[in-house]
Design a protein around this ligand. Structure first.
Ligand SMILES: [Zn+2]
Length: 281
């Protein structure tokens, strides 16, 4: 499941092909993805100019000069392919159409953006840009990790009343938008906090210290995504998936990079938590 850094990498990879350009033609090959696609999607996209490409949490928003924004969610298996442009060191030729190419945007200037999703857990919707905050997928979201509303005071106050484990609390999208299982594990390792600790019982200073750590972990992953765009090895135009060097995530029984103790995996709220029982208290 792509998390915030992967989605941000996809967004950055799409900017060149989409931002400031007109969608000459939109090809919509089925009526639904995870949910039904909006009525008249192809007609409403065709001829519209993309004025700005943004991200909110794990959603990409393409603002159109028609007053609507195209909301894109990659879901579990959605893939964005860009072709007909030069990305990093490679010129990406248009690929042969694939079975699960559900939406294809033919951009002014010859670029093509293809949304391919074999399992169809992804989604697309059109929302009036000035009413975006009320959209059902966006309405309940907490502040962005890089936004001003997310700060030490906010996090300390928000976690004070939470009796749930810190791991579970940080995954709550109402509290903070865009942080998923992988990066919460990495954040808690870097902060030296045991994922099982009740959020409300952690000292305010340790909670406050999480704010810069969250930003640092996400920034590093976005930077890694940026280098994967620049040195795109496969040159197939698929955006957003790249190899990370995680310190604890998916490293059960491997030695902790700080102390050598085997990394433990436990289940919390149906998700795997990876942590060092020695370094995280
Ligand atoms: Zn350790």
């Amino acid at each position: 499941m792509p998390e915030l850094p992967e989605v941000e990498t996809v967004r950055r990879g799409l900017v060149q092909a989409m931002e400031g350009r007109r969608i000459e033609r939109a090809e919509v090959n089925r009526p639904d993805l995870r949910w039904p696609l909006p009525e008249g999607l192809a007609e409403r996209l065709g001829g519209a100019r993309v004025t700005l490409l943004r991200r909110r949490s794990k959603y990409i928003l393409a603002d159109l000069d028609t007053g609507e924004s195209l909301l894109i969610h990659l879901g579990m298996s959605g893939r964005m392919l860009v072709s007909g442009v030069t990305l990093g060191r490679f010129h990406l030729d248009h690929p042969v159409p694939q079975k699960h190419d559900h939406v294809v945007l033919h951009m002014e200037g010859g670029a093509r953006v293809t949304f391919n999703d074999a399992r169809r857990f992804g989604a697309m919707d059109l929302v009036r840009t000035d009413r975006e905050a009320a959209h059902w997928l966006l309405a309940g979201l907490g502040p962005e990790p890089f936004g001003n509303a997310f700060n030490e005071g906010y996090l300390v106050a928000a976690l004070k009343a939470r009796k749930s484990p810190i791991k579970t609390a940080l995954l709550d999208q109402h509290l903070l938008a865009g942080l998923g299982n992988i990066y919460v594990c990495e954040v808690l390792f870097r902060a030296g906090i045991d994922p099982r600790r009740a959020a409300s019982r952690i000292a305010a200073a340790r909670i406050a210290a999480l704010v810069p750590i969250i930003r640092e972990v996400l920034s590093e992953a976005i930077e890694a995504g940026g280098s994967s765009l620049r040195d795109h090895r496969q040159a197939d135009g698929e955006l957003g998936y790249f190899q990370h060097a995680f310190r604890v995530y998916d490293r059960e029984d491997a030695p902790c990079p700080a102390c050598g103790t085997p990394i433990r995996r436990i289940a919390q709220g149906g998700r795997s938590s990876y942590f060092c029982p020695q370094c995280q208290r």
